[in-house]
Ligand binder design. Structure first.
Ligand SMILES: CC(C)(COP(=O)(O)OP(=O)(O)OC[C@H]1O[C@@H](n2cnc3c(N)ncnc32)[C@H](O)[C@@H]1OP(=O)(O)O)[C@@H](O)C(=O)NCCC(=O)NCCS
Length: 202
């Protein structure tokens, strides 16, 4: 990522050599009346797998209702360095964590879609202590920016049918239902909800 491609951001040296951009500096969030000093979005490489692992395991434990994968699948025999590295090595992917005043509080990935022109938003999670303060907005906007920059025209995602909070956030960002049948749920009956939005052509 270079500064000229993201003019509204300022590149900084990040925590543990992470590549980070500051998206909010000395500004209060729009909700909750709290003032945070700095929100950074950091791009992860495979060597950053311990940080991704920490956040992803926290996400599975805290919000098991939200994800197709489970904590059990990524614990014990499933909790292996090469597996986490492989997750962060999807060709063309954009794996991000959000740092609030230097502390990791959120994550998301943009990955190439199955069809040309499509990209997908996956693995979205914001720590409960900072929810409702716009971190999710910044994560989505960065995936949109990444998708647009790589020439994608559609950003897609899947959300559990009863995850109304996440769906409301996506709707607020312009995602609508595609009507396509999503992945089958563990109950063998329900399906994930597939949503998409058009990306601006640059
Ligand atoms: C969905 C999620 C990523 C949203 O992140 P966020 O940073 O809280 O997003 P926002 O700040 O935009 O807030 C989202 C909504 O939660 C509401 N909210 C307010 N305070 C909140 C709180 N303390 N806790 C939770 N939600 C709160 C906000 O008002 C907002 O509603 P609105 O869109 O009608 O304004 C986050 O709730 C989360 O990680 N949930 C569990 C995992 C998940 O569902 N992932 C998505 C998988 S598809």
């Amino acid at each position: 990522m270079c500064e000229s491609a993201v003019p509204r951001f300022r590149l900084v040296a990040g925590l543990n050599d992470l590549v980070c951009v500051v998206v909010i500096d000395l500004l209060s969030f729009r909700r909750a009346g709290k003032v945070w000093i700095m929100l950074e979005l950091c791009t992860l490489e495979s060597d950053d797998w311990p940080l991704w692992r920490e956040l992803r395991l926290a996400a599975f434990a805290e919000a098991p209702y939200a994800f197709g994968s489970t904590l059990a699948e990524w614990q014990g025999p499933g909790d292996r360095e090469e597996r986490w590295r492989a997750r962060l090595s999807i060709p063309g992917a954009h794996d991000l964590v959000a740092l609030l005043d230097g502390l990791p509080v959120g994550m998301v990935s943009g990955v190439p879609g199955e069809e040309v022109g499509n990209v997908e938003l996956i693995s979205m999670w914001v720590s409960p202590g900072v929810r409702g303060q716009g971190v999710g907005d910044y994560l989505i906007e960065e995936v949109e920016r990444w998708g647009t920059e790589r020439g994608a025209t559609t950003l897609r995602l899947s959300v559990m049918p009863d995850n109304h909070q996440a769906a409301a956030l996506y709707e607020r960002h312009g995602f609508t239902d595609t009507g396509e049948p999503g992945d089958l749920l563990l109950d063998g009956v329900g399906r994930e909800r597939v949503m998409a939005k058009s990306l601006a052509v640059v």
